[in-house]
Design a protein around this ligand. Structure first.
Ligand SMILES: O=c1[nH]c(NC[C@H](O)[C@H](O)[C@H](O)CO)c([N+](=O)[O-])c(=O)[nH]1
Length: 166
């Protein structure tokens, strides 16, 4: 019996009235693009209009917290406020401690950002020890051994925006 992973939603949420921001890093781009595609496809399947999915990018995962804050502010100023935002980044362990410092600091910053922007900030940061782990979690490894985690993030975004929206 599969234990790990996102369980079935308690109901199917209608995303037709929400606006979602996706802000993604550009490091490890092949994996990023698969995750973003998975999130968009899942949100579209839940009724989110593709014109209500706004995409922004930053250089790397370390820039996600500040970039997300400014992205949310910019959309509000444009009169097109977001209901939820999905920062997406892929960190892959290298031979230094860079990975650990960025993973830890970015995770904490994204968690606390929710209070500042007063909206759900979905955790779309993959922190992987190997490239194979990252490919698998984007659903693009040879064996297709895992589902695309971007789909889970898209589903979480719709649920959190619909359930707890302002
Ligand atoms: O998004 C990532 N940024 C990475 N570094 C760049 C970092 O996020 C910043 O963009 C950079 O330090 C400039 O601030 C990564 N590594 O270093 O391995 C990585 O794996 N993923």
């Amino acid at each position: 019996m599969a234990v790990k992973g996102l369980g079935k939603p308690d109901q199917v949420y209608d995303g037709s009235k929400i606006r979602v921001g996706i802000i993604h890093a550009r490091w490890n781009r092949v994996i990023i693009d698969a995750l973003v595609k998975g999130a968009i496809e899942r949100m579209a399947s839940l009724g989110v209009d593709e014109k209500n999915i706004i995409i922004e990018t930053v250089p790397g995962s370390y820039e996600l917290p500040w970039g997300t804050k400014r992205f949310v502010d910019k959309q509000a100023k444009l009169g097109e406020p977001l209901d939820v935002v999905i920062p997406i980044g892929v960190l892959i362990k290298g031979s230094t401690m860079h990975f650990e410092y960025i993973s830890d600091s970015t995770t904490h910053a994204l968690m606390s950002l929710q209070e500042k922007v007063d909206m759900p900030v979905i955790f779309g940061l993959l922190t992987c020890m190997t490239e194979e782990q990252a490919l698998a979690r984007a659903g693009i490894d040879e064996a297709h051994s895992m589902h695309n985690h971007g789909e889970d993030w898209g589903a979480a975004a719709v649920e959190m925006a619909v359930k707890f929206g302002k």
